[in-house]
Design a protein around this ligand. Structure first.
Ligand SMILES: [Mg+2]
Length: 393
């Protein structure tokens, strides 16, 4: 089998708002075509126009080759070997950041091809099922432009998630710092008040995570809040500090009574090694596209296992990335949860409409996917409706 063509689509929610903090408003979907009629599907959560350019840009020298040019004519079943080829060949322009994101979408599509060609779901090729089913957690983004409004909206959403059968949910308590929601800037006491209201709403037994979106500039502030939150039984505290403050993460993780989680933006296993070995985080959160695809996500999971860390993948995109997360989780014993929002509940029309997937929550869990590859189909009506820029269609 040979790769014959790489097609990319930039998609945009027509109602997108640049001041909103949801990255589910855009998408880059990648289709890798082959001479045997099998097409692989991938996506990535980054600026879609830039990632599209990274894929189709021509190469000019051996450290700066084009991703598309490197894949054309190759056997798509050599997935890991192709990852290494792309990484080495794009060394000057890729290596981290955007270049790895673009590679991640391509790698996801290659895994989809491999599964379709072999008639196997991706989790089987990632090492086989390490669990009977996948456990989702609901990410809950509240409305409200005041602390009281935000608190009440989040508590209501937590109650609703529990009613729908979720056993776990992540409270987005983003009321401080550079990525706060809805224009709110509150103090640390408000964070504690909001978490307390959510615990009150769901009662004991419901697993609660808290995401504060990089809100503190030093670990002592974060530690004060982590200690205040201890009575509310929090599974992890996500991204408390600036992403590059690895020494701050290490100090916080060394003293916090709550697990510290990070990794949604990290690219490659090398950045996860820094995050785990220097940053000492307890929970690594690779986003399958951004980390460099399923090939690199698998490597991160193995490194985390060696270090006794948990994996809880990040995903705030469409059914394509969610399927990739689900397959990764199925094959990873130390991955207790995936971020999963059932499509009908999503605000993003891309999440609701783009993909026909087989993942369904039944009694609070997602059965292992059984279709070959990622197990998804694109809804071409939605693809046409939301595509704003095509590459090589
Ligand atoms: Mg987050």
């Amino acid at each position: 089998m040979k790769i014959t063509r790489i097609e990319t689509h930039v998609l945009l929610d027509p109602g997108y708002d640049v001041s909103a903090c949801s990255s589910a408003q855009d998408d880059l979907v990648v289709l890798v075509h082959t001479d045997e009629g099998i097409t692989g599907i991938g996506e990535v959560d980054t600026n879609p126009w830039v990632a599209q350019a990274m894929i189709h840009a021509r190469g000019t020298h051996v450290l700066g080759l084009g991703l598309e040019e490197m894949l054309l004519g190759e056997d798509p079943l050599n997935v890991e070997a192709l990852w290494d080829k792309l990484y080495t060949g794009s060394f000057m322009t890729g290596r981290r950041g955007l270049g790895i994101c673009a590679m991640g979408a391509l790698d996801m599509a290659l895994w989809d091809i491999r599964g379709k060609a072999l008639g196997q779901p991706c989790w089987r090729m990632l090492g086989g099922a390490r669990k009977p089913h996948i456990t989702p957690y609901a990410s809950l983004l509240p409305a409200g432009r005041t602390v009281a409004g935000y608190r009440d909206s989040l508590a209501a959403k937590a109650r609703e998630a529990k009613r729908l059968g979720f056993t776990a949910g992540k409270m987005e308590v983003c009321v401080k710092g550079p990525y706060s929601h809805n224009g709110i800037q509150a103090d640390d006491g408000a964070i504690v008040e909001i978490v307390a209201a959510c615990r009150e709403a769901v009662g004991p037994g419901f697993v609660m995570m808290v995401d504060v979106c990089y809100c503190w500039t030093n670990f002592k502030e974060a530690l004060w809040v982590a200690r205040q939150l201890e009575p509310y039984d929090i599974f992890f505290l996500e991204t408390p500090l600036q992403l590059d403050d690895l020494d701050g993460y290490a100090a916080l993780a060394g003293h916090s009574p709550i697990r510290i989680a990070a990794g949604e933006l990290q690219n490659t296993r090398f950045e996860f090694l820094d995050l785990m070995d220097r940053g000492k985080v307890d929970v690594a959160q690779p986003d399958v596209g951004r980390v460099g695809g399923l090939t690199e996500a698998r490597r991160v999971c193995d490194l985390a296992a060696d270090r006794g860390k948990l994996i809880v993948p990040h995903c705030w995109k469409t059914g394509i990335g969610i399927a990739a997360s689900a397959h990764l989780s199925a094959a990873t014993a130390h991955c207790p949860y995936i971020e999963f929002l059932p499509a009908p509940l999503a605000e993003s029309p891309l999440r609701r409409e783009l993909v026909i997937d087989e993942l369904r929550m039944v009694d609070g869990v997602v059965p292992l996917p059984e279709k070959p590859g990622l197990g998804i189909e694109l809804n071409w009506d939605a693809m046409k409706k939301y595509t704003v820029a095509r590459g090589n269609p």
